[in-house]
Design a protein around this ligand. Structure first.
Ligand SMILES: Cc1cc2nc3c(=O)[nH]c(=O)nc-3n(C[C@H](O)[C@H](O)[C@H](O)COP(=O)(O)OP(=O)(O)OC[C@H]3O[C@@H](n4cnc5c(N)ncnc54)[C@H](O)[C@@H]3O)c2cc1C
Length: 700
């Protein structure tokens, strides 16, 4: 009998067990309310747990991210819910999504642990390590691998999936690995110390991530993929080619359109034979060839199954007391291999079990991933839709910045998106995809030309995104919920994460949270803020000077004409100042392209902004020389007033940018956005008024 008193000693104990399990007869461990229990004995009956007569005993099998999320959702609704969680891994529950980071040594393995509800949070919750082997549906009884019995009233299967290992000769040799759990990760990490050459089989998300992680130890890595291009389920050939370049730059040797027919070796791996019969010498083979939902328990219990455990819109299996969520379940013929659909299912099920009427209607296939350091987006119908359905594809490439984007449209409505390289428009695209929005001809044209169907200015500021736009893909947290959380006083990224759960899975949306949180540290100082502030103030002062100073008088005789009057009243000088003003305005508007045109990336943006402000200041000074403080009448007056308004609002935008680091992030962004939009709106009539002014001057 071995006793473990805390999680660390439990882990040591478990490893001992792994080594000596043939010699041990029975092994039972219980962790109650996140504490180690001491129930180690040969015979363990189900412990009676205090509960109210009305409460139902739920058993959740599977302590993966989805099982944990279900428990969290249940306890949020009913903190007294009586739940037992059974998991068969020898670790505290952890976030599987982050395993690639652990393999690559980018993150510490302890940082991926998921938090179990504490004793104070949930008195009727307990977590036990047990591998369930049988479901007795008639008696509502579970049996685990040690013969212990567990009574349930409602059973939730969140047993996930396991790696699919092709049945080829040699797949059980020493040196053959899969990558699914922390145990695999530990084994791979240990192997990397002596591996010379690893063949990774499978060029999907997992294979690519693993290949990159394994390069960490400078091991030679070859990736063998049977598709014609990488990530062929999520990407198209062009996007995959971009990705291939990145993979090859990592010194990973890639074989496409190939596959492994056999692993060679007597007891340990010495190589693989590929589909074309050639041989690759290696000492380690890692299979990342997809997953198979864990359905054996369900099959033995005679539940309906297909690829996964079949469920209805209430996540209920063919037995009314048994439910399935996460990677093990199949809804309308579809199983999901990402974590977000499982989280949606967990929330729906918790709602239904606590008396709600939520209904699961399937999840949109949305993958926003970081693959070998590249931002990869794949949403909706990415595979070619059947011909004849008025399907069209639009693509945009920017080789220099490593950007590739493709929109798949049906009757001009957005059906799918593939993208490589960053794309700030993602939430808006997702919204358009979910609502099957139409992209008008000008939006399609804009996409072809600039790679964006919408003006960039509307989306680089998260507060400008549509309320329903999703910021955190993993937890499906939208802008509206985040703004509500900020308004409720969550002023840091951490508290936003705690409150909304955004950014707690893969963490890729944390920069957006930082933007939204009213944490002053999240807005950094513009490098030229002081100069910008001074120039903008000077611009405002000059604009008021022009507007409020009475018009200069014309001298009574030619002897009395001053230099100033000669400039503003002389025809030649007037033309010079007029065209200089026009030139300045054209230059200033061209400069705004630095931000709005992605191909124009030369120079530092703060520098361009300052120059833009200096041009504005010069232009308003030029107006004095051109008009002699005389704003004119009718059309000329409108032109002068419009010009002054453009300068004042531009200067206010400059001030908003310059002092942003003194404001809360939300206020900084709001004030900048309002000033900038007003500046843009009042700029629109200017070219028309100018054209009319020039025409009238020369015509009359
Ligand atoms: C390395 C890696 C990277 C990934 N990256 C991403 C990503 O970037 N984005 C994304 O969306 N998804 C990613 N995924 C997929 C994601 O991890 C899964 O979608 C998610 O873990 C599914 O959660 P689940 O709870 O349904 O199943 P699982 O995580 O598989 O959990 C099921 C649990 O049930 C246990 N179990 C099974 N049978 C029994 C039994 N009989 N008794 C007791 N316990 C049992 C299993 O041991 C396991 O602990 C990644 C996966 C891996 C392996």
């Amino acid at each position: 009998v071995l006793l473990a008193h805390n999680v660390q000693s439990f882990q040591i104990l478990y490893f001992c067990y792994e080594i000596y399990k043939d010699k041990l007869c029975r092994y039972v461990l219980c962790i109650e309310n996140n504490q180690m229990g001491n129930s180690l004995s040969n015979e363990v009956a189900v412990k009676p747990v205090q509960r109210s007569a009305a409460s139902i005993h739920y058993i959740v099998i599977g302590a993966g991210p989805v099982g944990l999320r279900f428990i969290e959702e249940m306890l949020r609704r009913d903190v007294g819910a009586h739940i037992t969680l059974l998991g068969n891994e020898a670790y505290e529950p952890y976030d599987r999504v982050k395993l690639s980071g652990v393999l690559a040594r980018n993150i510490d393995r302890h940082s991926i642990q998921l938090t179990l509800p504490s004793r104070t949070q949930a008195v009727n919750f307990r977590y036990c390590i047990a591998s369930v082997t049988r479901i007795d549906r008639n008696n509502k009884l579970l049996t685990d691998s040690l013969g212990n019995k567990w009574e349930y009233e409602k059973l939730i299967l969140a047993v996930g999936a396991r790696p699919f290992l092709p049945s080829i000769p040699g797949n059980n040799l020493s040196g053959v690995y899969t990558f699914r759990n922390l145990k695999d990760t530990d084994a791979l990490c240990a192997r990397m110390a002596r591996a010379q050459h690893v063949v990774v089989v499978g060029g999907g998300l997992l294979g690519l991530e693993a290949a990159k992680a394994l390069r960490y130890a400078n091991t030679k890595v070859t990736l063998v993929h049977q598709g014609e291009y990488l990530m062929n389920r999520q990407l198209d050939a062009r996007a995959a080619n971009f990705l291939l370049q990145t993979v090859q730059e990592l010194d990973i040797w890639v074989q496409l359109g190939s596959g492994v027919r056999a692993v060679l070796g007597d007891s340990r791996t010495t190589g693989v034979i590929t589909r074309d019969g050639s041989q690759i010498e290696c000492d380690t083979v890692l299979f990342c060839t997809g997953i198979s939902p864990n359905i054996e328990l369900a099959i033995k219990a005679k539940l309906a199954f297909g690829k996964g455990i079949q469920v209805n819109s209430g996540l209920q299996s063919s037995d009314a007391s048994i439910f399935a969520i996460g990677e093990c379940c199949e809804y309308e013929g579809v199983t999901y291999g990402l974590v977000a659909p499982g989280y949606e299912q967990a929330a729906v099920l918790a709602d239904r079990l606590t008396g709600g009427s939520a209904s699961y209607t399937g999840s949109m296939q949305i993958a926003r991933l970081k693959v070998v350091g590249e931002d990869v987006i794949s949403m909706g119908e990415v595979a070619q839709l059947p011909a004849g359905l008025r399907v069209s594809e639009l693509s945009y490439k920017d080789h220099k910045n490593g950007i590739y984007r493709k929109l798949i449209l049906q009757k001009n409505r957005l059906k799918g998106v593939v993208a490589l390289g960053g794309w700030n428009e993602l939430p808006r695209l997702q919204d358009a995809l979910q609502q099957a929005r139409k992209l008008h001809w000008w939006q399609r044209l804009a996409f072809r030309m600039w790679g964006n169907p919408w003006p960039i200015t509307a989306t680089d500021d998260i507060t400008q995104w549509p309320a329903a736009a999703i910021v955190c893909q993993c937890n499906r947290v939208d802008v509206a919920s985040l703004i509500a959380a900020v308004d409720a006083g969550n002023s840091s990224v951490e508290s936003l994460q705690r409150c909304t759960r955004a950014g707690t899975v893969c963490g890729s949306c944390k920069p957006l949270l930082a933007e939204l949180a009213s944490d002053t540290t999240s807005i950094s100082k513009d490098s030229l803020w002081l100069a910008l502030f001074i120039v903008s103030l000077a611009g405002i002062a000059m604009a008021f000077l022009v507007a409020l100073t009475p018009a200069a008088n014309v001298a009574n005789s030619v002897q009395e004409v001053s230099w100033f009057e000669r400039i503003w009243n002389d025809k030649l000088y007037k033309q010079v100042s007029g065209f200089s003003l026009l030139g300045l305005l054209l230059l200033a508007s061209l400069m705004s392209l630095r931000k709005r045109w992605s191909r124009f990336s030369w120079g530092n943006y703060s520098g361009w902004r300052l120059l833009h402000s200096i041009l504005g200041l010069t232009a308003i000074s030029g107006l004095i020389l051109h008009s002699g403080f005389n704003l004119g009448a009718n059309l000329n007056r409108w032109l002068a007033l419009n010009f002054i308004a453009v300068i004042v609002l531009g200067a206010f935008t400059g001030i908003a940018v310059a002092i942003a680091h003194h404001l809360s992030a939300v206020n900084a962004r709001r004030s900048r956005s309002i000033a900038r939009w007003l500046h843009i709106i009042v700029s629109w009539p200017l070219p028309v008024l100018l054209a009319l002014h020039i025409t009238s001057v020369y015509y009359f």
